[in-house]
Design a protein around this ligand. Structure first.
Ligand SMILES: [Zn+2]
Ligand SMILES: [Zn+2]
Length: 120
């Protein structure tokens, strides 16, 4: 499946504590954030897709919310334009700026995808 959203965000990894790129990908049936250094992965599962107001799913009390923007093709209005990507401790949302169509994902699990161990 093609990637709907694909971008990098450089920040301090919660796992290895290094300031490195976190690789963010999202498709309609799932989203994930993978540390470019230690491969610590946070996986999100889809909850709902609907038109929403900006900030509808931002839960107060979340520390360290990432607010990102990426160009993507909206499945609702078919416009290839800016989408707001908000990643918090529980939720991951992708919202079309043109029509407000939002993909909401919920945090599911966290694991380290260790290529050294899996290659043995
Ligand atoms: Zn890391
Ligand atoms: Zn749209």
């Amino acid at each position: 499946m093609e990637d709907f959203i694909k971008l990098c965000y450089r920040t301090t990894c919660y796992h290895c504590q290094k300031d490195v790129d976190q690789n963010i990908t999202a498709v309609p049936n799932g989203a994930q954030v993978v540390c470019g250094n230690c491969r610590a992965t946070r996986a999100y599962v889809p909850v709902i897709e609907e038109i929403s107001k900006k900030g509808d799913y931002v839960k107060p009390g979340c520390y360290d919310i990432w607010n990102l923007v990426s160009t993507a093709l909206c499945r609702q209005c078919k416009v290839n334009g800016p989408h707001d990507i908000t990643i918090g401790c529980r939720n991951f949302t992708v919202r079309c700026r043109n029509c407000g169509f939002t993909h909401l994902f919920r945090f599911n699990l966290e694991y380290v995808d260790d290529p050294v161990e899996s290659a043995v």
